[in-house]
Design a protein around this ligand. Structure first.
Ligand code: NAD
Length: 357
């Protein structure tokens, strides 16, 4: 059995970040004991807490550290909202590493309240442009302008990514836009869908405006397979989709580019729960499962997915958002134990490479 070592960046983040990342690392430790995959971690600092120390929420040395890795797990971070404050770390990293596809799955899970059974959809959100391009200014006192940039090139590559995904699943792609109002920008996005879909004749296309898409997601969530949309619409729709299958505590996201992958829970730093060991770590555990899939470690990823479903099916360990009273670390440990139970154990010791100062 050949063992491959992958270099992984870990950004614990802030608020509830370090707690959920700790639990996900328990699960990663467990899977390395029973599968041939090995991970070498480099831990980095990023988040609003860095601003006082470094003058930025994403220090240069953290970016350098990530450049020496294949993928990273990013914990949630707080984003300051004052005008002139730094951009969100997630948005900056997506831009630095050109992580153009934001992949957010939502599926019904056992013992997790879901609007309907049998939901299994993935939202693919364009991740590098639209209203998140950071082109916002005050043209005159009281007159704010934000540019919504949509290009053919960025639309085509994310649409191709979504078509490839749909082709591996149920061959259905819904494209969501507001082309009746944003005729130029969303006209470019729609044209990218029509052009790229010509190479995928087996894929059934569905055309939805964003407003009706939010309603249809509630009315018939089980009918969606892959949804592709622009940046802001995807951000909003994916939080809605997460809520439909049980809330932010179980929603994970992958940010994929041609050369790097960043994996994170969809939720933020939930400051009011900081340090309480209370929130659900499943979103972050699902994120590391997606990271292993991205790294080509399919068996390890499947093992984590099955262990999570088993713990939920048993229903003995559930965090507050799922109607239970278990702690973040209880859930992490329960999933890690299920991962470890399912295979023969090998020698393993966690490897953390100390970041250079
Ligand atoms: P949030 O996702 O942090 O929390 C909203 C609410 O969702 C929480 O109060 C809690 O009730 C619930 N929740 C979130 N995570 C949960 C979990 N793991 N288990 C159970 N319940 C959970 O959203 P917010 O309050 O709007 O944002 C807080 C901060 O996080 C802001 O600064 C925001 O900018 C930032 N944020 C960061 C990211 C990111 O790092 N990618 C994403 C979203 C928000």
């Amino acid at each position: 059995m050949s063992t491959k070592t992958h270099k992984i960046g870990i950004l614990p983040g802030e608020g509830i970040g370090p707690e959920v990342v700790d639990s996900a690392m328990m699960v990663l430790d467990a899977v390395q004991k029973v599968e041939s995959v090995r991970l070498e971690y480099s831990k980095g600092e990023a988040g609003a807490y860095c601003i006082e120390k470094y003058g930025t929420n994403l220090p240069e040395k953290t970016v350098d550290l990530l450049k020496g890795t294949e993928a990273c797990l990013k914990g949630p971070m707080t984003t300051p909202e004052e005008p002139g404050s730094p951009r969100s770390v997630a948005v900056t990293l997506r831009s630095i590493f050109d992580l153009y596809a934001n992949v957010r799955p939502s599926r019904s899970l056992p013992n997790v309240t879901s609007l309907k059974p049998g939901i299994d959809m993935i939202i693919v959100r364009e991740n590098t442009e639209g209203l998140y391009a950071g082109k916002e200014f005050e043209a005159a006192p009281g007159v704010g302008i934000a540019l919504r940039i949509i290009t053919k090139a960025a639309s085509e590559r994310v649409v191709k990514f979504a078509l490839e995904l749909a082709a591996k699943r149920r061959n259905r792609l819904t494209f969501v836009h507001k082309g009746n109002i944003l005729k130029i920008t969303d006209g470019i996005f729609k044209q990218a869908v029509y052009d790229k879909a010509k190479s995928y004749p087996d894929i059934e296309l569905e055309d939805l405006h964003i407003d009706i898409a939010t309603a249809q997601l509630i009315k018939r969530p089980e009918s969606f397979d892959v949804i592709v949309t622009t940046n802001l619409f995807g951000d909003i729709l994916s939080d809605e989709a997460a809520q439909i299958v049980g809330g932010l505590g179980v929603a994970a996201g992958a940010n994929i580019g041609d050369h790097y992958g960043m994996f994170e829970p969809v939720h933020g730093s939930a400051p009011k729960y900081t340090g309480q060991n209370k929130v659900n770590p499943i979103a972050t555990i699902e994120a590391v499962k997606m990271m292993l899939e991205y790294l080509g470690e399919k068996k390890a990823a499947e093992r984590i997915g099955k262990a999570t479903v088993k713990v939920l099916e048993e229903g003995k360990v559930l965090t507050y958002d799922l109607g239970g009273q278990s702690k973040t670390s209880d859930m992490g440990r329960a999933i890690a134990e299920k991962v470890a139970q399912s295979g023969s154990s090998s020698t393993y010791a966690r490897r953390i490479v100390a970041p250079a100062d």
